[in-house]
Ligand binder design. Structure first.
Ligand code: UT7
Length: 339
């Protein structure tokens, strides 16, 4: 028994912040942002919206694509580092909003790798027979933890949410394997220091801007390319697959150059790599489920395809998941044509 994804959905806020808007806010240029990151624009949530609101819209869009009803969901997991509040979990707010009457709920904090950590946990619950139907959402409002005076970070991130509904299957398809890694010794490369038990919020922490995300971009970049290449290779080796058997790579959308460098090292042509970073920037835990939903809607995922998802982020954490698409059931007409 394993998990299969039976529906995907996403939601991004309406407001678009372009590179030229940013030129009026900090000392940057459209050219620098596009060349160094591949980003043209990103979405920014309305001040009334919180993570559970974005998550709710993404989940509703996923529910539209399946017969499964909200009441059938037994567990809801939200991957986020920008939840509605430190507690309760954003998953609890979402459980309430969607009326998931019999669902357990918790959040996962693995930064940009959060969705894939969540996928692995959800798959484990399904494989163990604990739950049969799980809602997993990646939802982020990185705009809320962005220092809009720091040009090294404020141009990179965006807000959004993506959702998947998972169900148990006995078939040899669905989530084939998941692979999770971490190295906490490098936590300082990407973190938010204030507001936790180490540095509780005070006038001092606010004065020192400790409530904003900090990133050593260039060092993070180098570790990302190195670790993602080796994790993808391990994932393929473990499943006795060759790079050529992957029909689509859906990477975390952090930086166009990270995506290109990883694909080049692996020998994956760019037409088999899904990208939407130009439109959304880095949406952290929401990036992969948004990309996955767009790939599904654009018809980029065909029957029997092997798809590889990979992500890298704060922690440091990195992760991958190999998915095989379920073969569509043929209708009676199609069966007779085949015969
Ligand atoms: O999702 C989690 C994981 N995140 C990542 O993996 C992101 C990793 N890092 C990156 O995406 C890239 O490192 C960045 C896009 C953040 C930066 O690109 P880079 O090629 O590594 O540039 P850099 O940090 O080495 O900076 C080059 C120059 C610096 O100026 P000097 O010191 O050479 O004079 C920066 O001050 O670019 C300057 N700079 C900017 N200039 C214009 C930094 N930010 C900006 C900016 N506009 N927004």
């Amino acid at each position: 028994m394993r998990a299969k994804i039976i529906a995907t959905g996403h939601y991004v806020p309406e407001r678009i912040l372009t590179n030229s808007d940013l030129e009026n806010m900090v000392d940057t240029s459209d050219e620098w942002i596009r060349e160094r990151s591949g980003i043209r624009e990103r979405r920014i949530a309305d001040e009334k919206e919180a993570a559970s609101d974005l998550a709710c819209e993404a989940a509703k869009n996923a529910f539209k694509k399946t017969d499964i009803k909200a009441k059938d969901i037994e567990l809801v997991i939200v991957a986020t580092i920008t939840g509605d509040m430190p507690f309760p979990a954003t998953a609890c707010h979402l459980q309430h909003k969607l009326g998931l009457k019999k669902a357990a709920a918790f959040d996962i904090n693995a930064a940009c790798s959060g969705f894939l950590y969540g996928l692995s946990v959800a798959d484990g619950f399904i494989r163990s027979g604990t739950y049969k139907r799980i809602l997993l959402v990646g939802a982020e409002l990185i705009s809320r933890i962005t220092d809009w005076e720091d040009r090294t970070t404020c141009v990179l991130f965006g807000d959004g949410a993506g959702a998947v509904i998972l169900e148990s299957t006995e078939e040899d398809r669905g989530i084939i394997s998941t692979h999770l890694r971490s190295d906490g010794s490098m936590w300082e490369l990407l973190h938010l220091p204030g507001g936790g038990s180490r540095y509780p919020t005070s006038k001092e922490t606010i004065k020192k801007k400790m409530h904003y995300l900090k990133m050593k971009g260039n060092e993070t970049f180098k570790v990302a390319v190195r670790t993602l290449e080796s994790l993808v290779r391990e994932t393929l080796e473990e499943n006795k697959l060759k790079v050529s058997q992957l029909s689509l790579l859906i990477p975390h959308q952090a930086n166009l150059r990270i995506i290109q460098a990883t694909a080049k090292r692996l020998g994956i042509p760019m037409d088999r790599v899904f990208m939407n970073i130009d439109r959304y920037g880095n949406t952290s835990a929401a990036s992969i489920p948004i990309a996955l939903d767009e790939a599904v809607r654009e018809g980029r995922i065909r029957d029997e395809d092997y798809i590889l998802l990979e992500a890298f982020g704060g922690g440091l954490t990195w992760a991958s998941a190999l998915i095989k698409k379920k073969k569509k059931k043929m209708t009676n007409d199609q069966i007779s044509i085949t015969k």
